[in-house]
Design a protein around this ligand. Structure first.
Ligand code: ADP
Ligand code: MG
Length: 467
């Protein structure tokens, strides 16, 4: 008896939907079908090979587990790319016909004398914004991957438009310019236009005033890849909105790629016509979040390397701990640190880093007194183990080991009496403290990695207490 592949897949989808973020589900599983689902194989139809690669790399384990859960089968997983991408193009054509012509169209016909051979950057890009210089972490991986896919095949992925949104200084401009740069380098788009929304609209208003829109059309409506940065700064006149819709439709219908950035999700942009907002959501909307500590450290190291400097690990960690929500500011701190280093002839250390931050008007770490409470607090943050657990009764190895380190630092950094340390670490006997200190000392003499860890923690404690 043939299996009901579609029905089984629908059940699997329902289950997968409960397990991952709605945006991820919609993006990656929304356009899938199952062509065959039986005990031997699961053939999943996807719109493009990019989807196949992404699903294979990120979700094949989830698909396998879910199919097994729903059917008890362990089929071989296969992805098949649809022969033709089904998009909303018919709908767009119909809708476009009804649009009022833009004033630009009334003044001039589109000019099309674009060179068909070479890739042209209509405006220069900042050479430091390349994909190779973009550090990927959990906070931006999705946007990075989509941006790269778009740069490699502009207009050919399901991501048209690609909208990248996120807070200030998190890398939107970097990614947009990197798309332009890669497409230029690989020659995947002939005419590449990167522009801020502000310029896009001021150029439009200027063209209308001059009553000469040929150049405007030549630039924007003939683009193969149009990257508009900071769309939230959009001039919200009716004419401007209409112009954007027309440019959008022309490019979209011709399978030209549009990429936008915004500081907020398109659905919450204020003052935009609904039909524009809905166009922004036709392709892929993806966000960039503030990077986590590990990514911030990697970004700092990457920026320092470009400047030919190797940052001591405790300094990059210290800076990354202090500047958490804005990569631009993090970079600013590094630049300041390096300037101070060369002007004052000082070594790069935590003290200089603290001075660099202070000069930026930043409070560098709340100052705490050097006492057992501070050691407990910083140790707890460092190992990500809550204080009650740290000083509690559990003998779980990683917790006991962090506890030993905490006790050892109370002894070595503060010189606190053994009895007091024992009392503060869960009313333990002073012999337990001696044992802890000996254990740590032995491990320090044998395991250099452990030594680095303890030094990092030591520096962290030192950086939170007054110099
Ligand atoms: P936004 O446009 O989102 O305000 P930018 O793209 O201008 O932010 O980024 C600010 C600075 O931070 C730039 O110098 C950029 O190179 C850097 N930056 C942001 N994110 C990253 C990252 N993940 N890797 C490397 N540099 C980054
Ligand atoms: Mg920007």
């Amino acid at each position: 008896m043939p299996y009901d592949s579609a029905g089984l897949w629908a059940r699997c989808l329902h289950s997968i939907q409960q397990k991952i973020q709605p945006q991820s589900f919609q993006t990656w599983f929304g356009p899938t079908n199952s062509l065959e689902l039986c005990p031997e194989k699961a053939v999943i139809e996807v719109p493009t090979s990019f989807f196949a690669d992404w699903l294979e790399e990120h979700y094949s384990w989830l698909i396998r587990a879910t199919v097994e859960e729903e059917t008890t089968w362990k089929p071989k997983l296969e992805f098949v790319v649809q022969s033709e991408l089904e998009g909303p193009s018919e709908f767009i054509n119909n809708e476009t016909i009804k649009e009022t012509p833009s004033p630009v169209d009334q003044v001039a016909e589109p000019v099309s004398n674009v060179s068909k051979n070479a890739s042209t950057l209509v405006f220069p890009l900042n050479p430091k914004y390349r994909f190779e210089q973009f550090v990927v972490g959990d906070s931006n991986e999705f946007s990075f991957t989509a941006a790269k896919a778009v740069a490699e095949s502009p207009g050919q992925t399901a991501f048209n438009p690609l909208v990248i949104y996120g807070g200030v200084g998190l890398g939107k401009t970097h990614l947009l310019q990197a798309i332009g740069e890669l497409a230029h380098r690989k020659g995947t788009a002939e005419k590449i236009v990167y522009v801020t929304a502000e310029k896009f609209f001021s150029d439009y208003l200027h063209a209308i005033q001059k009553q000469d829109t040929a150049e405007y059309i030549q630039i924007y409506r003939n683009a193969d890849l149009l990257l508009i940065d900071d769309i939230q700064f959009y001039v919200k006149t009716e004419g401007c909105q209409r112009e954007l819709i027309h440019t959008f439709n022309t490019l979209y219908q011709n399978q030209k790629q549009i990429v936008l950035s915004s500081d907020r999700p398109p659905s919450t942009l204020k003052g935009f016509e609904d039909r524009l907002i809905s166009r922004f959501q036709w392709g892929l909307v993806t966000d960039i979040e503030a990077p986590n500590l590990e990514t911030r450290i990697a970004i700092l190291n990457c920026k320092a390397e470009v400047k030919g400097v190797l940052l001591p690990a405790e300094v990059s960690r210290f800076l990354a701990e202090q500047v958490v929500s804005n990569v631009r500011e993090l970079e600013g701190a590094l630049v300041r640190l390096l300037t101070m280093k060369s002007h004052l002839g000082l070594n790069i250390d935590i003290d200089l880093a603290r001075r660099a931050l202070a000069g930026m008007g930043r409070q560098s770490a709340p100052r705490l007194p050097l006492n057992i409470d501070t050691v407990k607090k910083v140790t707890s943050d460092f190992f990500d183990i809550p204080i009650p657990l740290l000083i509690g009764a559990t003998r779980k190895q990683e917790i006991a080991s962090a506890r030993h380190v905490g006790m050892y630092l109370c002894k070595s950094l503060i010189g606190a009496p053994l009895k007091t340390i024992g009392d503060e670490f869960g009313n333990r006997d002073h012999t337990t403290v001696i044992h802890a200190c000996k254990t740590v000392e032995k491990k320090l003499s044998m395991d250099p990695e452990f030594g680095t860890l303890v030094t990092d923690l030591q520096n962290r404690i030192k950086s939170t207490v007054p110099a």
